[in-house]
Design a protein around this ligand. Structure first.
Ligand code: MRU
Length: 340
């Protein structure tokens, strides 16, 4: 399985931080080079880079750039706080910046830049390894020939490797067992339509796109043997925050007896968060809903409810897969045994 890879990558270091602008996909491949901290914060908030592990990796490299500019720990801590606040739900972001700051704080002032960069690289490489392990562990949960349904993008574009949910899909595909990947479009930002569909096509994975509202009919038809999604934060009781629209898929999967599997690295678990109600849910601008691909589709003055994530309760989740193994059934005890 070591040979499984993706042709796409969202973040790279080439003497400085570079981000593939995911806002431009699937139309244009365009790399951005944010050199100032304010730019990096804005690009994370504006979804130029997105996906919980990828924003953690990007923020870690942004801090490495900051440490190169100044050896002041106070300045590094302030930058870390700004980065962490850019997107409040994905705990990988906070985890990554705290790790870089802690490592830099241990180093003498002259060594801080090198240590910050080495830590960012380690976070990146460890995430790639975690994705491979998740792919292996998760694929074993779906025996035989299977069609899988996913939501949003939990692929290479969202991580430092082959993806979490899409890591599983890639391994099943490499084993010759994937009948088809179904991708929900993920309104309002369309990560499924713009990103998962594109990424799957780049990597030769057979993919069918569907409107979010068609998931019920698809699951009722019996065409899908499993639902695989990523996560932005997993609470101590196993509740999972992920892209809005994940919770309804879990309800539907339960209704139709289809396994519902969450895939996430250790860095997505927040055992200090007791349950789903304690997970902060990012609310985004109403303009994301009033407009579709830049075109206004709703009255300018209409009120909008636009949470970026929802919370799926543990009892609707068949299994959670991390690089350390599988929690099944999902309970506080099994989560603690997996990553505690
Ligand atoms: O708003 P986004 O695009 O950052 O949301 C991404 C998701 O919800 C992903 O499923 C999650 O971050 C896991 S990515 C491996």
């Amino acid at each position: 399985m070591e040979g499984i890879h993706s042709h796409v990558t969202p973040v790279r270091w080439r003497g400085g931080l570079e981000l593939l602008d995911q806002r431009a996909l699937p139309h244009r491949l365009q790399w951005l080079r944010p050199r100032r901290m304010g730019e990096a914060v804005r690009l994370i908030r504006d979804l130029a880079v997105r996906g919980a592990p990828a924003i953690g990796i990007a923020a870690a490299y942004a801090l490495a750039q900051e440490a190169r500019r100044s050896s002041s720990l106070a300045r590094l801590r302030a930058a870390a706080a700004r980065l962490a606040a850019a997107r409040p739900t994905a705990v990988n972001l906070r985890w990554a910046v705290e790790r870089v700051v802690a490592a830099a704080a241990e180093a003498p002032p002259t060594g801080r830049a090198a240590v910050a960069l080495a830590t960012a690289r380690a976070i990146h490489e460890e995430d790639a390894a975690a994705c491979r392990a998740i792919g292996r562990e998760g694929a074993a949960l779906f025996p035989g020939q299977v069609a899988l349904l996913t939501h949003c993008n939990a692929g290479a574009l969202a991580t430092g490797g082959i993806g979490t949910a899409l890591g599983i899909v890639r391994v099943v595909h490499a084993q010759g067992r994937l009948l088809r990947l179904y991708a929900c479009e993920a309104r309002p930002v369309l990560q499924g339509a713009r990103l998962t569909a594109w990424e799957a096509i780049q990597d030769g994975i057979p993919v069918t796109l569907l409107p979010d509202s068609a998931a019920a009919s698809l699951l009722a038809s019996g065409a899908v043997q499993g639902v695989v999604v990523g996560a932005d934060r997993i609470a101590a009781d196993g509740a999972v925050a992920n892209k809005v629209g994940t919770y309804p898929l879990a309800v539907l999967a339960h209704r139709h007896g289809v396994p519902f599997v969450v895939a996430a690295p250790r860095s997505t678990f927040d055992l200090t968060c007791p349950n789903g109600a304690a997970i902060p849910i990012e609310e985004r601008s109403g303009e994301e809903v009033r407009r579709l691909a830049g075109v206004r589709v709703a009255p300018r003055s209409v009120a909008v409810f636009n949470p970026a994530f929802d919370v799926t309760p543990p009892e609707l989740i068949t299994a959670i897969v991390s690089e350390h193994g599988v929690a099944r059934p999902v309970t506080a005890a099994s989560v603690r045994a997996l990553v505690g």
